[in-house]
Design a protein around this ligand. Structure first.
Ligand code: WT7
Length: 638
């Protein structure tokens, strides 16, 4: 402690106003955006459904692009670096043109207000352009991470009812091609009639591979992004949308086998991003902001596609893996592109901290002035390494806590707002205008310094509208356990200064390298392998990725353990995607169960983490044998 950050001195006064009247406070913040029509009411709150700035009309693409034209037309919006070293600079004027054409192209394919468009793209500027094009015409983008499989894509297309898929022929990852075209074909093949709701596929020809020959039958029509945009008019008006108009669906893992389609609106979401981007990153005109998140996750929505563009900032977009071709790639990009603000994950930092990695040593990172972390707990040691080795001891390090559901940052030190002390390993206080508490099972605040569940009291502007097509699940998953409060699903500790230290998920959600995966979802995928009679998945601490998944499988037949392991890995890769393949797959004769027949995951987690079994008083008779078998499997004896 003792370190202070920030140029802002307005913090105390702002926080006072925010605490006294959060809704008027957010109303004041909303004045920073460009509205076609002012709102009638700052907030309609029918718990747990919030409609911010009701009656107001706004457009996300207009606020990200049009408001900057003229003054910033020639300013780089996106400085892109491909994994192979290629580079492209897209100016605000250029991006505006592309987005207008893409919006018109989508219109020509019949896409209108409220229609869903699946975006399955690598990290290329067209991914952002596709999202903004949807926003421009009021279509709802549903971005699917390109590390998810054909099967995952198919389920998300089906659930969202997307009529168009925007994709690329290939992405690049660790030197090899990611065949997105094949995945899209696979997804379509699994849909009713070979297309389900999909009428058109628009493909960016990233690798320049020739398009596949048109197929007979009722499949969707395929278009080249370039050709379609070339034929489209260069100007497209931004639709004047209701503030609560849905902007996007983003699927995220929960505690059941079925991912949740988190639905975000427009006005409230943009206000949250505009404010938090400024408070957290203290962005100035000449900054070069570099966020390493993929557009497939929420950070890539809020703090790549929207936040920086709302501020007319220049950002670096890097296509590939942070450790390709060597462990220092991230630092090479930061140095070469003269990044001043870096926003990345603890996993990326721990990859660089590995003995022998020798990074960022030797690179000139003297332009960096602010460092951010997101996605998983950052322990004090990693925090200090980030500050000293990356930031040269000069840069404030902020740890930002938030979730897909919250839309934007909820807790963080805010150097752009106030001169607040930074505490290694602690995310900081809630942002102004947001009230959070740490509570016990009964919803009562626990004393400072004690662990409890993190809740948010009342609505905030960036909060989701609902879960796509499932208001009931939305209420039940987030608002039923602590009535009136949003249940985040994380453990946290509050200190005497109101700073929150995050301790990881309190539910059956895994956080692998900052990627969110559900235990039930993984178990479902593992159990799809015909050689598996029963499966359990749990999180195991990992020195680099924070957590990894360990699977325990009970075979149904006599297959060799090695074959079963390979088969299970392949099944998960096919069903969810490469990101989800468990780090370890243990073949065991039985799973430890309670007397009521429930798998004792907590026990498996304790054993897999190298601890002992703990309290086994609820275990069924004969469970001790299962425990012994698990121990043998973990020590490599099975
Ligand atoms: C979960 C949300 C936030 C965008 C990326 C992840 C964990 C997130 C932190 C942090 C400790 C964090 C939580 C949260 N998480 N940020 N700064 N410190 N944990 O979004 O996929 O919706 O995952 O990520 O467990 O619940 P997400």
């Amino acid at each position: 402690m003792g370190e202070r950050a920030g140029s802002g001195g307005r913090g105390a006064e702002l926080r006072r106003r925010a605490a006294a009247d959060p809704v008027s406070f957010w109303e004041e913040q909303a004045g920073s955006l460009s509205w076609f029509r002012g709102w009638d009411r700052a907030l309609d709150w029918n718990p747990p459904f919030a409609r911010w700035f009701a009656g107001g009309r706004i457009n996300a693409s207009h606020n990200a692009l049009d408001v900057h034209l003229g003054r910033l037309s020639g300013k780089p919006a996106i400085v892109w670096e491909g994994e192979g070293g290629e580079e492209r600079t897209v100016t605000y004027g250029g991006l505006h043109g592309t987005v207008c054409r893409a919006a018109n192209a989508l219109k020509s394919l019949g896409v209108g207000r409220g229609d869903r468009v699946a975006v399955y793209m690598p990290m290329i500027p067209e991914a952002v352009a596709a999202m903004l094009a949807c926003a421009r015409i009021g279509a709802v983008h549903a971005v699917v991470f390109s590390g998810f499989s054909a099967d995952s894509l198919r389920r998300r297309i089906e659930d969202s009812g997307a009529s168009v898929v925007v994709t690329a022929d290939e992405g690049r990852r660790r030197g090899s091609a990611v065949r997105l075209r094949d995945a899209v074909d696979g997804a379509l093949a699994g849909l009713p009639g070979g297309r389900g709701p999909v009428r058109h596929v628009v493909e960016v020809r990233r690798a320049g591979a020739p398009p596949p020959p048109p197929r007979a039958g009722p499949g969707p029509r395929r278009w080249s992004w370039d050709e379609l945009l070339e034929a489209a008019p260069a100007w497209c008006p931004a639709e004047e949308l209701d503030s609560a108009h849905p902007l996007f669906i983003l699927y995220t893992s929960g505690t059941t086998g079925r991912p949740k389609g988190v639905l975000h609106g427009t006005g409230g979401y943009l206000v949250h991003l505009h404010s938090t981007f400024r408070w957290a990153f203290d962005v100035r005109d000449d900054d070069v902001y570099f966020c390493t998140a993929d557009v497939g996750w929420v950070t890539g929505h809020s703090y790549v596609a929207y936040g920086p563009l709302l501020h007319g900032a220049t950002q670096v977009m890097y296509e590939g893996a942070p450790d390709h071709p060597g462990p220092g790639r991230l630092w090479d990009v930061a140095e070469r592109r003269r990044a001043t603000i870096l926003y990345t994950t603890p996993t990326a930092l721990r990859m660089s901290m590995r003995p022998g990695a020798g990074v960022p040593g030797g690179r000139d990172l003297s332009r960096l002035r602010l460092l951010g972390s997101v996605g998983e707990p950052i322990g004090p040691a990693v925090w200090e390494w980030y500050r000293d080795e990356v930031g040269g001891g000069r840069c404030p390090v902020i740890d930002t806590w938030w979730q897909t559901e919250t839309g934007g940052i909820m807790a963080s030190a805010l150097p752009g707002l106030e001169d607040a002390p930074l505490k290694p390993g602690s995310a900081g206080p809630p942002i102004p205008g947001v009230r959070m508490r740490v509570v016990d099972g009964g919803g009562r605040a626990v004393p400072d310094g004690r662990r409890g569940q993190l809740v948010v009291d009342g609505p905030w502007p960036g909060m989701m509208l609902t879960l796509w097509g499932d208001d009931e699940r939305y209420e039940k998953a987030y608002w039923s356990r602590y009535p009136g409060s949003y249940h985040a699903g994380d453990y946290a500790v509050r200190d005497g200064d109101g700073y929150l230290r995050l301790l990881g998920r309190a539910d059956d959600v895994l956080n692998v390298a900052g990627h969110r995966l559900g235990t039930a979802e993984l178990e479902g995928a593992v159990a799809e392998h015909p050689g598996v009679a029963e499966a359990a998945v749990c999180a195991v601490p990992d020195a680099v990725k924070g957590e990894v998944a360990a699977a325990f499988v009970v075979p149904s037949g006599a297959a060799a353990a090695g074959d079963l392991r390979a088969g299970v890995a392949e099944t998960v890769r096919r069903r969810i995607g490469p990101v989800a393949v468990p780090a370890a797959i243990h073949v065991v004769p039985a799973l430890p169960k309670t007397r009521s027949g429930k798998t004792m995951r907590r026990l498996l987690r304790a054993l897999a983490a190298g601890g002992d079994a703990g309290d086994t008083s609820t275990m069924e008779d004969g469970g001790a044998e299962a425990v012994e078998a698990v121990k043998r499997a973990l020590s490599g004896g099975a």
